[in-house]
Each structure stands twice: as C-alpha cells, then as structure tokens.
Design a protein around this ligand. Structure first.
Ligand code: SAM
Length: 334
C-alpha cells in the first residue's frame, strides 16, 4: 500500500477500546474530569471478529506490523483470546502492545505464550505520588511490577514511554535516562502533543527533544544506535558505552517524521485515521456492517491511505487557529 507521496504503509495501530483504568491529565477530557464519562457503547466498538477481518485484509495488502493500543487494551474483555487469533494470521509476524502496565504483570506470561514479546509501557514518573497525581490512580507499584515481570520473562524490546511535561515531570528526565544505563530497556522521551479536547498542552509545558537531549548530555555521551526496519520514528542512543539499555527521542513536533510515516490507525470507534494529528477519518465500521465484503474493506483502506496528508503541519495550523486537533486520544490510541 503506497500513498500519494510514495510512502509505503505497513503499520496498523488498533485502538481496541476507548476505556481505560487510568485518568491521565493529558488524556482525560474536561467533560470526563467533571465526572461525565463519554465512552463508546459496546455496539459502537468493532467486534473481535470484525477486527480480525480487517487485519486479514490489511495484511494481504501489505501490513506487516500491528500494535494494540487504546484506551487501555488490556481492559477489554477477551483480549488474550483475540491476540491468539491475531497471531494466527499468516504474514503477520509482528504484533506489539502499548499499555499503561497496570494489568500487565498478571497476563505477561500468556501474552508471551501467544507470541507477543514486544511491549511499550507508559510511565511518566518514578515517584509513586506523582504517578497518582498524573494518572488519578495509585498504580506505580503495579506498573513497576509489570516492568520487572516482562524483563524477567525476556520480552524484547521493552520500551518505556515518558511524556515529558515542563513543571510536571521534567525534573525526572535524568533519573529516567540513568535507568536506561541500569536496565535492558529503551526509555523513550515523547514530546507532549497538543491533541485532544483537553490535553493540558501549552507552550510552557511543551519541551523539545533537543532540550531533553541537551540536559541528558550532562550525564555522558549520547552514542547513536543503528535502528532496525520496524523500529519506528524514535532517534535512538545509548548513554555511554556500558549502558544496558537505550534512549529514544520521539519528536512529533520539533523533528517530525511525516516523510517516513508508515502508519494507519483504526480508532476504537471503527474509523480509519491516516494521521494522528489530523482529525480526518474514514468510517470503516459502517462499511463492515453494511457492505461486509473483502473488496469493500480493501477499498476503504485505500481511500484512507489516499487521504493521508503529506505532513501534519501542526505548527502552521496552530499559528492560524490554535490547536485544531480535537480527536480523543483514548479513541485514537496514540
Ligand atoms: N493506555 C495505553 C498506555 O497508557 O500506553 C495506550 C494508550 S495511550 C493513549 C498511548 C500513549 O500515548 C501513551 O504512551 C501516552 O502517554 C501517550 N500520549 C497520550 N496523550 C499524549 C500527548 N498529548 N502527547 C504525547 N503523548 C501522549
């Protein structure tokens, strides 16, 4: 699948649910934080059968890598059975999961047995009270137990996602960097993006990857690492020669990677979204329910890819109208 700008689309991200067991400050919308949960109804989610069908068609068209995300993918009932079915799809060798880690320790072994050994875990602080303040839940111990468990079981790579926010958790950048020297995981510093109805983003909380790298350089040399084909957009380094792990910098705003973007997203509402930072979506759920044929699914995937913009141009758009990206992160999945 090649788009209008000669980018080959080989990576599909599936948001399995918009429900989550955390209420992170950058993800929860204003209406939700005042207690009114705007969540999809069960019948609005794609069923596992529908999802498997879409993935089968997409793999036949050239998708080689699938990531499960959410909301929190591990809160959806029956997710392990779904993953086992997904792994049986011929031609799809690479299935990964992005999770907040809260439920991971207890199902990590089953995930591994199903064939999923690559995991991204989100953790924005190493201080339990701060994690509670950011996520609304006292969950640091559970997440830490998950990290220890997946490392012990031999998951690889294990990536830790930290969204860096000035005055909120930026004083922990060096602690996270040091952790990559001790543990065989990749700590990824993600630039805070102005996405969602209330992401709490503003120019003061935003920190560029360049600034983060500069701060980390005080600890030692950042040695670039050659990346594999399926490694994604992070710029990856080792902090000194003896580090057990690595550091990744994801810079959607300061060094955007649109020219190399190989992603397509399927939201938990069943819409195809060709750019994280553009709200344009194509409704696949209606197609699945009204014209349930391989051909119709294929045509809808092609339509979504044709609509993929050359770049997100978020800075330019923000200068014109402020953040105009109103998608709900919990439906899109990051
Ligand atoms: N619940 C799962 C988790 O916590 O990883 C998956 C969904 S979550 C939306 C996926 C990733 O998006 C997380 O690493 C989260 O920190 C990141 N994220 C959410 N909002 C963001 C924002 N405004 N800017 C940058 N990253 C964001």
């Amino acid at each position: 699948m090649t788009d209008l700008f000669s980018r080959s689309i080989s990576y599909l991200r599936l948001s399995l649910t918009d429900r989550c067991n955390l209420r992170c400050i950058y993800c929860v919308t204003e209406d939700e934080s005042s207690g009114c949960l705007i969540k999809l109804k069960q019948e609005e989610l794609l069923t596992y059968e529908e999802l498997l069908w879409v993935v089968r068609v997409a793999v036949a068209m050239g998708i080689t890598k699938v990531r499960l995300t959410g909301g929190e993918p591990l809160v959806r009932r029956g997710v392990l059975g779904f993953i086992r079915e997904l792994m049986r799809i011929e031609g799809l060798g690479d299935v990964r999961i992005t999770t907040n880690g809260v439920l991971l320790a207890d199902c990590a072994k089953e995930l591994l047995e199903a064939g999923v050994n690559k995991v991204n875990i989100s953790l924005d602080s190493l201080k339990p009270e701060r994690v509670r303040d950011i996520t609304g839940v006292d969950c640091f111990d559970a997440v830490w137990r998950a990290i220890e468990t997946v490392l012990k079981l031999g998951f690889a790579p294990v990536k830790l996602n930290m969204v860096v926010m000035r005055h909120i958790n930026d004083d922990e950048i060096l602690d996270f960097a040091r952790m990559s020297q001790r543990l065989p995981l990749q700590v990824r510093f993600i630039e805070f993006m102005p996405i969602g109805v209330s992401s709490r983003w503003n120019v003061d909380t935003y920190i560029s990857s360049d600034e983060i790298m500069e701060r980390i350089s005080a600890l030692g040399e950042l040695i670039p690492i050659q990346k594999g084909q399926n490694d994604g957009p992070a710029r990856v380094f080792r902090l000194g020669h003896d580090s057990a792990g690595s550091l990744g910098f994801i810079s959607p705003l300061s060094h955007h990677f649109c020219d190399r973007c190989n992603r397509l997203r399927l939201t938990s509402a069943g819409s195809l979204r060709s750019c994280l930072l553009h709200d344009a979506e194509v409704d696949l759920r209606s197609v699945l329910r009204n014209q349930p044929t391989d051909e119709a699914i294929r045509a809808t995937l092609i339509e979504a890819i044709r609509n993929k913009p050359r770049g997100h141009q978020l800075q330019e758009r923000m200068l014109r109208s402020g953040s105009d990206c109103h998608g709900r992160m919990s439906r899109i999945g990051g």
